[in-house]
Design a protein. Structure first.
Length: 380
């Protein structure tokens, strides 16, 4: 089949050397050889998280790490504060509720970022809150939450700080230790540019203390099991891991290290700014306020007079560029451009060429080349 350029908020294009890594022979996952690979992979995860804490990989999507994180530090009937400003903040809350945790919703209008002051007020009002959950990069809305500023608030409270960096780690500023994050989770198929199917998690000392007092009703995602197996010599996973996906994640993390995490983040921010300027050059309107727009995905309002099927169907089927649609009540009202992983000016130029031609072909009065021209100016 013809290759489609994936400009999604995950999964992203996977580098050839990462794909090739999966072709290595399968080894015994209880062997010293695999233990060495697992150790190196987990150590690199901690480097990217910017933490001295140990990290653990889980065979599963980022949602698996979200569930492992909250269910391992909060008991049923205890309270968490769930910041909900999009589909994935809502998911974190629903995961907590599925474990009979009393999730108190802090509602944030879709397209806006949570105000740390609102978190402070909620914690002041209820001292029984054991943890808060925040999605750093809400891909459903294209909004980045101020996790550094929230961390400054959290230093004054006993509640644990739980952050989903599934679609931001490796593409935006994440500093687990510097921001005071107690539980941080991520996934493989976004900014890290590895295949889908792997997740990672790290816990602070305070989170591990909380874990000792939690009787998790999750079997596969019980962090006590991951810690017990991970602390062995050689380290193991509690259950059979995806050996091939571990190879791939390790190779992807090596690429991140070679590029340099700061350079990688700066590259993502440059791509985000270039995308926003190209969107405006085509006369399109951003969904969120530009001041809170994500570094890894840009959400754009659908032009009046055309449908999602017409627009995204044309960019994909005629021009070979896959864009994401809206979710929930935004379905049909926005489209989303993922600029994460290995994206550079080349992919953005192709993308905005496709968008411009699609708009023109659907009868929108637009300079079809304005987006590409803007991209070239952003990268000169």
């Amino acid at each position: 089949m013809d290759e489609i350029l994936l400009m999604l908020p995950g999964p992203t294009t996977v580098p050839k050397r990462v794909l090739e890594a999966m072709s290595q022979p399968i080894v015994n996952h209880r062997s010293a050889l695999f233990g060495d690979i697992l150790t190196k992979t987990n150590n690199l995860v901690s480097e990217v998280f910017k933490t001295e804490n140990k990290s653990y990989t889980i065979t599963g999507s980022g949602t698996a790490a979200m569930e492992a994180g909250i269910s391992s530090i909060v008991n049923p009937n205890e309270k968490v504060l769930s910041v909900v400003g999009g589909k994935f903040g809502e998911r974190f809350m629903k995961i907590a509720q599925s474990h009979n945790i009393d999730a108190k919703e802090l509602t944030v209008e879709w397209g806006t970022a949570v105000d740390p002051k609102d978190i402070k007020e909620a914690l002041d009002e209820d001292e029984d809150i054991k943890a808060i959950t925040v999605v750093h990069n809400e891909t459903s809305t294209g909004v980045a939450a101020p996790i550094k500023e929230i961390g400054k608030v959290m230093k004054n409270y006993d509640a644990l700080y739980v952050v989903d960096t599934v679609s931001s780690l490796g593409g935006d500023y994440v500093d687990v230790d510097g921001y005071g994050i107690d539980v941080c989770v991520t996934g493989s198929q976004k900014c890290l540019a590895a295949p889908p199917g792997m997740a990672a998690i790290t816990l602070s000392d305070d989170a591990w203390i909380a874990n000792e007092n939690v009787n998790s009703n999750s079997y596969y995602l019980d962090m006590k099991a991951y810690k017990k197996s991970g602390d062995k010599t050689p380290p193991e996973t509690p259950y059979t891991p995806s050996v091939s996906l571990t190879y791939a994640l390790y190779e992807a993390l090596k690429i991140v290290k070679e590029e340099g995490i700061e350079n990688r983040v700066e590259r993502h921010h440059k791509a985000a700014k270039a995308t926003v300027e190209a969107v405006k050059a085509l006369g399109l309107e951003l969904f969120p306020d530009e001041s809170v727009s994500s570094a890894t995905v840009t959400a754009v309002k659908m032009p009046e007079g055309i449908t999602d099927k017409e627009f995204r169907g044309t960019t994909r089927d005629k021009f070979g560029v896959e864009l994401a649609g809206g979710q929930d009540h935004l379905k049909g009202n926005v489209f989303r451009i993922g600029h994460m992983g290995v994206v550079s000016y080349k992919e953005l130029a192709i993308t905005f060429s496709a968008i411009g031609m699609t708009l023109k072909g659907l009868g929108i009065d637009v300079d079809s080349g304005a987006g590409v021209k803007s991209i070239t100016e952003s990268y000169l």
